[in-house]
Structure formats: structure tokens, C-alpha cells
Write a protein that binds this ligand. Structure first.
Ligand SMILES: NC(=O)c1ccc[n+]([C@@H]2O[C@H](COP(=O)([O-])OP(=O)(O)OC[C@H]3O[C@@H](n4cnc5c(N)ncnc54)[C@H](OP(=O)(O)O)[C@@H]3O)[C@@H](O)[C@H]2O)c1
Length: 311
């Protein structure tokens, strides 16, 4: 399928991989970023970048001009689904034929999360849609939880003994690149998981084996985690969403596995152990940094940038 694919969140965990995959396969791709220079530095000089911000409609026309397809994602800090309407309308005005939206596992049963309403807006746009509904990204361990692993040799989450159907964001990106470049995925919602649901004790065990040092799972209480996240300088909304996500896992509601990733990619999804091996460098013991860290014992020491589930 010919025609330019615009990728939002092009510097993010999933979007950056989508751009790289499309670019490597020589599909015309335009990386839409709030800072196109920074995006080019990250993605490579050969990648076309364009200025784009969901909350700056004046950037939408140029970003979407002549595009055939749009990879749409919701930045984690944007809670209001209506904020995506200008982009969806600009896509329709630009003649975009397909929107692939990065949604969330279980979204069809959960009207509280913004993704639920964004899916509805996309459906109502009349543009052909495909929804990717991934489970919890493995990359949360190398992003949001990186520093507590590096500096405290622990994973501190309120997930109890609940299992989580982790998925590698690289597999989510591979599915996105596929459905954006072949037909037959219109009006489909794909629930994407890896092939194993793991408890956090197992996650810590695998990290310990791969890193060659003991990483423990510290079971946080929901309140303890929320307070620690706030003490780490994070906004209340972020702390609440994180606590809610881990509570869902504690209740055993994040463990549902599907075969969809395997069926779409024609191979096994990336296993957590492989993910850990691939990212071993990011968890090396490190001096203090400004990244997000949850510390239930210490006063706030760092107020880092918005945390990412990115490497
Ligand atoms: N983490 C998980 O386990 C998980 C699981 C399932 C679904 N999801 C969903 O995946 C989405 C996050 O995807 P991700 O992890 O790939 O993203 P991410 O790594 O958190 O990156 C966020 C992206 O949003 C962009 N962004 C921020 N503010 C923007 C704005 N005002 N206008 C335009 N772009 C903006 C950033 O681009 P700039 O650098 O240009 O600012 C960046 O590329 C969320 O909706 C989340 O709910 C996450």
C-alpha cells in the first residue's frame, strides 16, 4: 500500500519502533514530534520529521498533509479524550484513509480510561480504523522502574501475587507496522499480549538471573505505592493511574493471554527473558540520576521528567 504514514509519539516507546520498522522497509513515513530536531537526532537523519502537537492544532495541517495513514497514540499525560478530536478531524480533512490507534487491553470493558473514548471518536470519524490493545509493556521495567532496579535492586509495585500478561513493545510496533502496510485490518481490534503471564516475583527472578545479581520484588501496598510515587515528585493523576494498573494486576485481571500477536507476526512473541537480555545494559548499577524513582523510605530526592515506559 503506497502513501505516507504519519506516526505520532514518534519518539516514544512504540512510535519510535514503528518509525524505524517502516523506514527500514522503505515505506514512506513521517515522524510527528513536538520537537522535530530532537526526533531526527533520535531516529536518524534519513527519517522525515514534522512538528506536531495534539494540543497545537496549527501544527496538524502540515503534519497530516497528503498522508494515507495515521498511527495515533495518546501521550500518557493527556487524560482528556476530547483533546484528540482536532487531530482526528484534521486527518479526515487531509484525506487520511486509515487510523491505527494504540489503545489498551480491556478497554472495551473500561469506560474510565481515555482510550475508550478515543476509540469512539476514531470510530465516529468514518476513517477506517484498527485498534491495537496491548497488555502491559515489558519496557515499563526498563523505563519507569529502571532506577529502582539499578539503585535499589528491587521492583516495588502493588501487584501482590497477581500475574501480568506482559508484551514487548517491539512486538506491538511490529504489529502496527504490519497493519499499516497491508489491507484486511479495517474495523479490527487486536488484543496483543506476549505468550506468558508472569508474577513480579518471577520478573525479579528472571532479572536476577540475567543481570547476575539479586533483584527482589518488594510488594507495595496500594497506598504505600501511591504515596511513594508522589514523594518521587510525580503528579497525583500519574500516581493514581499507576496504582490502579497494578491493582488490576493484583486482582488477577491483567493476566489474560491471547494468540493474536503470534498469529499476526507469524512467530512467537518476544519472551520476558529475551527482553531482559536485550536490555541488560540499562539496569547496570548506576549513580543517582534524575529519572523517576519510587522510594518508599526516603524524602523526595528527585523530580525527574515525565516518566516513560521507554527504554
Ligand atoms: N506502558 C504500558 O504498559 C502500556 C500498555 C498498553 C498501552 N499503553 C498506552 O501506550 C501509550 C503510550 O505509548 P508509548 O509508551 O509508546 O509512549 P511514551 O514512550 O510514553 O512516549 C510519549 C510520546 O508522546 C509524545 N507527546 C507527548 N506530549 C505530546 C503532545 N502534546 N503532542 C504530541 N505528542 C506528544 C512524546 O513525543 P515528544 O517527544 O515529541 O514530546 C512521546 O513520543 C499510552 O496511551 C498508554 O496508555 C501503554
Amino acid at each position: 500500500m503506497a502513501g505516507t504514514i504519519v506516526v505520532t509519539g514518534a519518539t516514544g516507546t512504540v512510535g519510535s519502533e514503528v518509525v524505524q520498522l517502516l523506514h527500514a522497509a522503505r515505506h514512506p513515513v513521517r515522524a510527528a514530534a513536538t520537537d522535530p530536531e530532537a526526533a531526527r537526532a533520535r531516529l536518524g537523519a534519513g527519517v522525515a520529521t514534522v512538528e506536531f502537537a495534539f494540543d497545537r492544532p496549527e501544527t496538524h495541517g502540515d503534519a497530516l498533509h497528503g498522508a494515507r495513514a495515521l498511527f495515533l497514540m495518546r501521550p500518557p499525560q493527556m487524560a482528556d479524550a476530547k483533546a484528540f478530536l482536532p487531530t482526528i478531524e484534521a486527518a479526515r480533512a487531509a484525506g487520511v484513509e486509515q487510523i491505527a490507534f494504540l489503545s489498551l487491553q480491556g478497554v472495551e470493558r473500561n469506560a474510565v480510561v481515555p482510550h475508550h473514548r478515543i476509540e469512539k471518536l476514531v470510530r465516529e470519524s468514518g476513517i477506517a480504523w484498527t485498534f491495537l490493545r496491548p497488555s502491559f509493556f515489558m519496557q515499563n521495567l526498563s523505563g519507569v522502574h529502571r532506577d529502582e532496579i539499578c539503585r535499589q535492586n528491587r521492583v516495588f509495585v502493588p501487584a501482590g501475587r497477581g500475574r501480568t500478561a506482559f508484551v514487548d513493545a517491539r512486538d506491538v510496533a511490529a504489529v502496527a507496522a504490519k497493519i499499516l502496510t497491508e489491507s484486511g485490518h479495517e474495523r479490527q481490534a487486536y488484543e496483543l499480549t506476549g505468550s506468558e503471564a508472569l508474577g513480579y516475583a518471577e520478573v525479579a527472578g528472571i532479572l536476577s538471573e540475567v543481570l547476575g545479581r539479586a533483584i527482589r520484588y518488594d510488594r507495595a501496598s496500594a497506598l504505600g505505592f501511591w504515596l511513594a510515587t508522589r514523594r518521587a515528585g510525580q503528579p497525583a493523576g500519574f500516581a493514581t493511574v499507576m496504582t490502579a494498573l497494578y491493582t488490576v494486576a493484583r486482582l488477577g485481571l491483567a493476566a489474560h493471554l491471547t494468540d493474536t500477536t503470534r498469529e499476526l507476526l507469524g512467530r512467537e512473541p518476544i519472551a520476558f527473558r529475551q527482553f531482559a537480555r536485550d536490555h541488560a545494559d540499562v539496569w547496570q548499577p548506576a549513580p543517582a540520576s534524575t529519572r523517576f524513582e519510587v522510594d518508599d523510605a526516603s524524602p523526595p530526592a528527585t523530580v525527574g521528567p515525565t516518566p516513560r515506559a521507554a527504554r
